[in-house]
Design a protein around this ligand. Structure first.
Ligand code: SAH
Ligand code: SF4
Ligand code: F3S
Length: 461
């Protein structure tokens, strides 16, 4: 078990490489462009931490950067197309200035067919590195600065039985009051549609004391909203179960919130529900992806629960935590999904009453079981199902949000939204807009006066 942890002397060696690069990188800027989930956002903060350690100044403007790293996502075709078109943007710049370095990493980089495509069709991408390589970044940057040839640092997964965990590399966080804290990496569930187990390797947990120490330090620094991350947090086994870890992370003094992403319905335990209900610092938001309301489709997806079991869990959550916001993910157009299957999804959604649904159109992924299934659904049908579901969810979300009118919500300010209106998030993760500016990172009580399907509005109390 211990051999999954990168030894301290290797981390120290990487620090030494980083310091030795500072003379070369002085005055230079680096940029990380991120696609995908929170895990990738956090990875990018780690990449930025390593680049800073190497002496780079970070910038959001790729035009002024001499080191550009594109952190990709492979979850659906659309995500891959976006990342590749981003890489394509740098063709001209690289032709004008051979000294800039372009790297590509993340879940696409982990797939051999994508690496071949990048090698053949994106000659201006200088280097590629996989999802297990972040602790080696100083070495990768050093190689990039010296290499005459293109190169890649990738451990082939899933042949790598364990995957790795590295502690002790720096993190450059985007926000001064919201933070991601990974608790486990990888996924062993092999849902038949999903690329993540291939891109992220086997499940492995950080040690309980490392996670708790990181959260404690964040709380002491004044972080107010901390999200514990894992593809399936309930599989956490770094010294206790996830419910205990969550409880411990949410038990420090001071006003702050702890969230988590994502919990798999097959093993979202009653203990976890009880911790959310009982611990005031745990946010009242449960994201519990159902994927489909049809037991037949759930079986084909290899989700290991059926419609009834999901409904039972949802009932337990709603009855134990009355102010909970329950959100979910749904895939439309999974292979062989019939009108009857989809009608079961619609009826489950109605019965549960989700505060928000992230609806996706099924996208076949190379290497997955579902991509080879007979009965792929035509795009027009999936699109129509997507629309029916979204329309119904709009009405459900509206009526759930209407119930907040007249109530007071504790909101963590995000400053202003892109239209300049003061806004923040409630414990339920609802977007709330209000009348007067409050500095980002401060809590404020808001009396809710208006409700839409996706946001609430009110006045400072
Ligand atoms: N680990 C998380 C999900 C990570 S992926 C979990 O199990 O809940 C986020 C969401 O993307 C999934 O819940 C699923 O709804 C969607 N998704 C994954 N693979 C997909 C695919 N091939 N096509 C369409 N949507 C997909
Ligand atoms: Fe993908 Fe399933 Fe793992 Fe989630 S639990 S990451 S959907 S394989
Ligand atoms: Fe995408 Fe990889 Fe996350 S495929 S959703 S970035 S784990």
């Amino acid at each position: 078990m211990n051999d999954i942890f990168i030894p301290h002397n290797e981390i120290e060696r990487q620090h030494e490489i980083a310091y030795s690069l500072r003379a070369v990188t002085a005055g230079k800027k680096a940029c990380v462009i991120t696609f995908g989930c929170q895990q990738n956002e956090n990875d990018s903060e780690r990449i930025a931490g390593a680049l800073t350690l190497c002496g780079y100044e970070m910038t959001d403007n790729a035009d002024e950067a001499s080191m550009i790293i594109i952190n990709t996502c492979a979850i659906r075709e659309h995500a891959e197309i976006r990342a590749l078109s981003e890489a394509g943007q740098f063709k001209g710049r690289k032709e004008r200035d051979r000294s800039i370095k372009i790297g590509l990493c993340g879940c696409m980089a982990q797939q051999s067919h994508r690496r071949e495509q990048i090698y053949k069709s994106y000659p201006y991408v200088d280097f590629v590195f996989g999802t297990d390589m972040h602790h080696k970044l100083p070495e990768i940057i050093e190689t990039a600065l010296n290499a005459k040839k293109r190169f890649s640092f990738v451990t082939e997964l899933p042949h790598n039985e364990f995957g790795i965990i590295s502690e002790g590399m720096p993190v450059l966080r985007e926000s001064e009051y919201k933070a991601w804290v990974p608790v486990m990496y990888g996924c062993d569930n092999f849902c038949t549609y999903c690329v993540v187990p291939y891109a992220r390797g086997r499940e492995r947990s950080r040690k309980r004391e490392d996670v708790v120490a990181e959260v404690k330090q964040l709380v002491e620094k004044g972080y107010k909203d901390i999200t514990l991350l894992g593809q399936n947090v309930n599989s956490y086994n770094g010294g206790c179960d996830f419910a205990t870890l969550l409880d411990e992370c949410a038990s420090f003094d001071g006003e702050y919130r702890v969230r988590f992403m994502t919990s798999h319905p097959k093993d979202a335990s009653s203990e976890l529900v009880d911790v959310i209900a009982r611990n005031k610092n745990v946010a009242k938001h449960f994201h519990l992806p159902v994927q489909s309301g049809s037991s037949r489709v759930l079986k084909l997806m290899n989700r290991k629960y059926d419609r009834e079991r999901y409904l039972e869990k949802a009932r337990e959550i709603k009855s134990k935590i009355p102010d909970i916001s329950l959100t979910t993910d749904i895939i439309c157009g999974f292979p062989t999904e019939t009108d009857e299957d989809f009608a079961e999804t619609m009826s489950l959604v109605k019965e549960v009453g989700f505060d928000m649904i992230y609806t996706f159109i099924y996208s076949p992924r190379v290497d997955t079981v579902a991509a080879k299934m007979e009965g792929q659904i035509p795009k027009e049908i999936s699109n129509a199902r997507f629309k029916s579901l979204s329309d119904m969810e709009n009405d459900i979300a509206q009526s759930l949000n209407d119930k907040f009118i007249g109530k007071t919500l504790r909101v963590l300010s995000d400053g202003v939204n892109k239209n300049g209106i003061p806004c923040g998030r409630s414990s339920q993760n609802k977007i709330v807009t209000y009348d007067k500016f409050v500095p980002a990172g401060q809590f404020v009580d808001i009396l809710i006066e208006t409700a839409g399907a996706y946001a609430l509005g009110g006045k400072i109390k």
